[in-house]
Design a protein around this ligand. Structure first.
Ligand code: SF4
Length: 410
């Protein structure tokens, strides 16, 4: 059978340099499909959808809230043609009930070991409206090697350079941060994949540069030590979300090829200053992820935060405004307080203000977002800072002999 797998487009951050990473959700999902399923994948961010393609079933994979309305439109078109549509992915879980109005079925949860049942129902003409495995994750050892072969590699380049490939070593997160839906989506239990399987998957990726997309690596010291030790011989270079702040672990991460981390910076404390310094001391770059508009933020504190970011010499920074995504503590609180004034999911891009901030107007917060981008990149442009970060990886590769001129696969 032929399955048309679609990743709907969404508007990128207006101030961020536009680039496209190969999507991870669809390739992980494709790995859960039985062998007899022929998959044709379209990333609508980079390709037009061919609505005339013959397909037995359409699957729409949604990661972001800003994708859902477009996903629904695509489904409506296919369903008018009489083709059944199933939805899955993170944003489907966040918007399940609304999505059901546009779907023949929605799949909630992790798909490993579950697609045989769904496809058998489809073939028997008995698709259920909802397959809900949200609180019943499969054995993490069942996670297979992602089907990167369905991607059109040549699309994922920036200025002629191939983008990083995405891979994950664990699921779940022990923490439950205010703006984040991971506790709802992946559970509060940290679930590492078997390290040998993860390493085999990384080794097989024909790209020396990876993005280890785990929610946070900083969840278990022994696991990090074991993972990083096993990664050292691969000589891959990689970026990731936070690494635990212990010298021994940072040292192993650096030996394993840690290139840079995405690190939330939410205040101007000495703790953050030291945290960033320790990454840098280990040769690991830092891209700050800076969320503006928390209830603790005033106009003055936001200005001070930007000065602080320049002072601690972050390599890059990405500024967004607080966005109350469904199933987060932020949504529950702001919704209860009647401070959310837009539920138009197209506006949930993280650079539009959809709620009433506590200490300023929504317009003022939007202006401060621009101020943040302008100030941080005033002395040195974003592309120059990106080039410096890129030089870092080339230096690391030259040092251990893993450098190879970028080959663009077609
Ligand atoms: S923000 Fe990161 S550390 Fe916090 S709950 Fe989400 S994934 Fe976990």
């Amino acid at each position: 059978m032929k399955l048309q797998l679609i990743y709907p487009k969404w508007p990128k951050l207006a101030r961020q340099t536009e680039f496209h990473l190969p999507p991870h959700g669809p390739v992980v999902f494709a790995a859960t499909l039985p062998k007899d399923v022929e998959v044709e994948f379209t990333d609508e961010n980079l390709e037009e959808i061919d609505f005339k393609t013959e397909a037995d079933l359409v699957a729409i994979s949604m990661m972001l809230t800003a994708q859902v309305k477009r996903g629904w439109q695509i489904a409506d078109i296919y369903r008018q043609k009489g083709i059944k549509v199933i939805f899955g992915g993170i944003a489907t879980m966040l918007h399940a009930e609304e999505t059901m109005a546009h779907a023949d079925a929605v799949f909630l949860g992790e798909a490993e070991g579950r697609m045989e049942e769904v496809l058998a129902d489809f073939k028997a003409g008995k698709l259920k409206p909802c397959y809900n495995y949200l609180n019943d994750p499969p054995d993490i050892a069942m996670v297979g090697t992602a089907r990167r072969d369905i991607l059109h590699d040549s699309l994922y380049t920036h200025k002629g350079l191939r983008m990083v490939d995405l891979v994950h070593a664990s699921r779940g997160c022990r923490f439950n941060c205010y703006p984040c839906a991971v506790a709802y989506l992946g559970g509060r239990k940290f679930r590492p994949r078997p390290i040998d399987k993860t390493i085999a998957e990384m080794a097989a990726i024909d790209n020396n540069r990876l993005f280890v997309v785990d929610n946070s690596l900083a969840q278990n010291s022994k696991w990090q030590r074991d993972l990083f030790r096993a990664m050292i011989p691969l000589k891959k270079k990689w970026c990731c979300h936070p690494i635990e702040d212990k010298p021994e672990i940072l040292d192993l991460a650096a030996q394993a090829g840690a290139w840079y981390v995405y690190q939330a910076v939410f205040d101007t404390s000495d703790y953050i200053r030291e945290r960033i310094k320790r990454y840098h001391d280990h040769g690991i770059g830092v891209e700050g992820t800076i969320l503006l508009g928390l209830d603790t933020h005033t106009e003055d504190s936001i200005r001070q935060l930007i000065d602080f970011l320049l002072e601690i010499e972050l390599d890059l920074a990405e500024f967004t405004v607080l966005t109350p995504f469904p199933h987060t503590k932020a949504f529950d609180e702001l919704h209860r307080q009647k401070r959310i004034f837009s539920y138009d999911w197209d506006q949930y891009t993280a650079d539009q203000v959809v709620y009433q901030p506590k200490n300023m107007s929504a317009e003022r917060l939007r202006e401060l977002l621009d101020y943040a981008w302008d100030s941080f990149y005033h002395e040195e442009s974003q592309s120059l800072k990106m080039a410096r970060l890129f030089q870092k990886v080339v230096r690391k590769e030259m040092a251990d002999g893993s450098f190879r001129p970028r080959r663009q696969r077609v």
